[in-house]
Ligand binder design. Structure first.
Ligand SMILES: Cc1cc2nc3c(=O)[nH]c(=O)nc-3n(C[C@H](O)[C@H](O)[C@H](O)COP(=O)(O)OP(=O)(O)OC[C@H]3O[C@@H](n4cnc5c(N)ncnc54)[C@H](O)[C@@H]3O)c2cc1C
Length: 318
């Protein structure tokens, strides 16, 4: 790394979602003078990392790097929640429901075996015995990742940033302008600017800007990264039984759909993992569509019949 000019940082990390927050935290752990900048406050609702909950699971088909990283990340969440004395991870298990065994399931299970990650195969006939709230229609192959579960996403990102600042990492609120490479020798950045003109100098920069990356690097990324509208729905489970609450049901993955049982103040979460229409992350209207709501309800009717007419209590656009 080049030597520093006075008043400069080793690294400026732009974007304080989960990727930027952890990056800044670990750079600081290694003793680097690090600044973390975001256009909005930690945990703001426009970022992808700011949902109440996010699933952490290790099955990713043939993408073994994801399996390894997810398993390592899970260990990190469990380690740091102990150190910080705050509950960030819920080990609910993740239940995979498939029509049949496939290349994807074979690759996932092989990757989990290679990493020594526990898996429990579930005979489809046993599903309604073990989980009477699930209708097994169309399921021919199922397995459980018992160690996987849910990270309390917004709270977790805020906890990482708090620990970064406590370790004398620096935090600044400010929107970074798209870097202008033409003014830098060899297209090597040595400073960036906030929209108010403030200059931030560093030896290195990390841009962890999620859905805003194409806007910051149009030349490199506009044709490469597609930002889409993703909708998430929360339904109120019946008060008279606990079948749809955390503890009674794992997280479930079911074709394009996945969900999380009611947890904390959140209702029964249902999301369509299929890609939605293009979306502008700063100005796009965050109103869930009637079609998306209807698709979520259809899925409830198929898989969790007792939930199909339950009231929608919250819908989020991410
Ligand atoms: C609906 C939905 C559900 C998901 N569910 C899961 C799940 O269950 N499990 C899972 O593993 N993953 C899930 N994901 C994916 C996961 O949430 C994302 O991969 C992750 O949060 C991305 O984090 P990030 O730090 O890259 O981006 P973000 O969290 O979006 O952070 C980017 C940050 O950069 C900041 N920024 C952008 N531009 C600038 C600028 N010019 N100046 C300063 N700051 C800037 C933004 O303000 C923002 O805070 C889901 C995603 C969505 C949308």
């Amino acid at each position: 790394m080049p030597s520093l000019r006075a008043g400069t940082y080793d690294v400026v990390v732009v974007g304080a979602g989960v990727l930027g927050a952890w990056t800044a935290f670990y750079l600081r752990q290694r003793g680097l003078k690090t600044l973390l900048v975001d256009a909005w406050e930690p945990g703001h609702l426009r970022g992808s990392s700011s949902g109440e909950t996010r699933v952490i699971r290790t099955g990713y088909g043939a993408r073994r790097l994801y399996t390894r990283w997810a398993w390592q990340a899970l260990a990190q969440w469990k380690h740091w929640e102990q150190v910080w004395g705050t509950e960030l991870f819920h080990r609910l298990g993740v239940l995979w429901l498939h029509e049949a065994e496939s290349e994807y399931t074979r690759e996932s299970l092989a990757a989990l075996a290679e990493e020594g990650i526990p898996v429990e195969r579930i005979v489809p006939d046993d599903l309604p015995v073990r989980y009477p709230q699930i209708s097994p229609t169309g399921i021919g192959f199922a397995y459980l990742e018992p160690e996987a579960g849910v990270v309390m996403a917004r709270r977790a990102v805020q906890a990482v940033i708090k620990a970064f600042v406590k370790a004398e990492g620096e935090w600044q609120l400010g929107r970074v302008q798209p870097p202008n490479y033409s003014t830098h020798r060899n297209r090597q950045l040595d400073e960036i600017r906030l929209v108010d003109g403030t200059k931030l100098a560093a030896a290195s920069f990390v841009f962890a800007c999620g859905a805003w990356l194409p806007e910051l690097f149009p030349e490199q990324l506009a044709n490469f990264l597609r930002v889409t509208k993703q909708e998430v729905f929360f339904f109120r489970p019946p008060a008279e039984n606990a079948h749809f609450h955390a503890g009674a049901l794992p997280v479930w993955m079911d074709g394009d759909f996945y969900g999380i049982p009611a947890l904390g103040r959140s209702g029964f979460k249902v999301a369509d993992g299929g890609l939605g229409p293009p979306f502008e992350p700063t100005l796009g209207e965050r109103v869930a569509s009637a079609e998306g709501t209807a698709r979520a309800r259809q899925h409830l009717a198929l898989r969790f019949p007792a939930m199909k007419d339950r009231p929608l209590v919250e819908a989020q656009v991410c």
